[in-house]
Design a protein around this ligand. Sequence first.
Ligand SMILES: C[S@@+](CC[C@H](N)C(=O)[O-])C[C@H]1O[C@@H](n2cnc3c(N)ncnc32)[C@H](O)[C@@H]1O
Length: 399
Amino acid sequence: MTSPTSTTPTSTVTDWPVRATALTDELTAAGKLTSPAWRAAVEAVPRHVFVPEFYVYRDGRMITVAASDPTTSGEWQEQVYSNTALVTKIGQDEPGGPPVFLSSSSTPGLMTRMVEALDVRDGNRVLEIGTGTGYNAALLCHRLGEARVYSVDVEPDLLETARIRLAELGYHPTLVAGDGAEGLAEHAPFDRIIATCSVPAIPWPWVDQARIGGVILTDIKVGLAAGNLVRLTRTAPDRAEGMFDAGQAAFMELRHTAGSPGRIPYARTPEDSPATESTTELDPRIPWSNPVVWFLAALRLGGHYRLGYTGGDPHHGPDAVSITTPEGSRAEITLATDHDDGHRVSETGPVRLWQHVEHAHQQWESAGRPGWPRLGLAVTPDTQTIYIDEPGNPLAGVS
Ligand SMILES: C[S@@+](CC[C@H](N)C(=O)[O-])C[C@H]1O[C@@H](n2cnc3c(N)ncnc32)[C@H](O)[C@@H]1O
């Protein structure tokens, strides 16, 4: 599957200024857009130029919703000016495998929240990791001027398409195809660095290429659904630190080569692997429904786990939740309790995964049940440490 490369002139949607203003009003009312300068950018940049088509999962398959297709053009027009993320490139990890999302135009409200959190000042030079459609780069160009905007994407075809669409609107930022984890050393230092893909830890080049006092804003995801936006300030040549965002965000993960996230293979737990049976007081729904607990658990689980539900029938839902890790460890925890004994836990393989989750939950309780705004991240060339309230109170390491 390939990405769409057609272009859509502004004239395709004649009332786009009205739609862009309505989107601006919607984001403002939702508290996701507050500053006049960014309001002006959202009103001035036609999103439809950057997303002439997108993919949706419908009736068990991916279909294309496109401006050029009369059967979907109405839906297309509605969606591009709504607060919705639109998938624009899909691929496969393996031939015949399920589709994986490789690029999207992020939810406009998330983009505006992020660019506002970036706290840009006139004259700032900004590096964006994850050009995607180019829409966010266009917002940055409107706000700061094209000469101060730099953007990198690992997918060369996306980058070239974004270049064409940006140029149609008169924007010529510096666009580079490559692995954004390396930053853009030849154009450093930057006042602001914004990543619109998630990373398991902060790539040191981002800190190294930020000015002292400069800001780095990214989504840290140490594992599936485990992490959030963090805003770091470079405080010294060898240090950046800052707090996590109060809201929740989710971006597709940064991948080092084009075309596929290249997921790691999973070992099967041998059928005859002995199981360790125990019980737990902790309802397995609690760590999953609390993003901070789950983040702390993921730091212990190692990031490459999978989650699932097992058993049950269509009428009664699942019986148990499961966690699996690549080396073949697995934990299954029943959703129902056995009288006073709690939830039954069955663990197989080399690592007792549920124990890690319980420890993370205890750690969160002992820390006073913090929400995201009390969590921070300190980064040096050799360490990345999660802290609570201030860097002097370390909670866990990020590997
Ligand atoms: C959510 S999309 C970005 C949306 C974009 N900012 C926009 O306005 O359309 C995430 C992008 O990150 C890109 N990406 C993934 N890994 C990357 C890497 N190592 N370096 C640069 N870009 C990367 C993907 O190709 C994808 O286009």
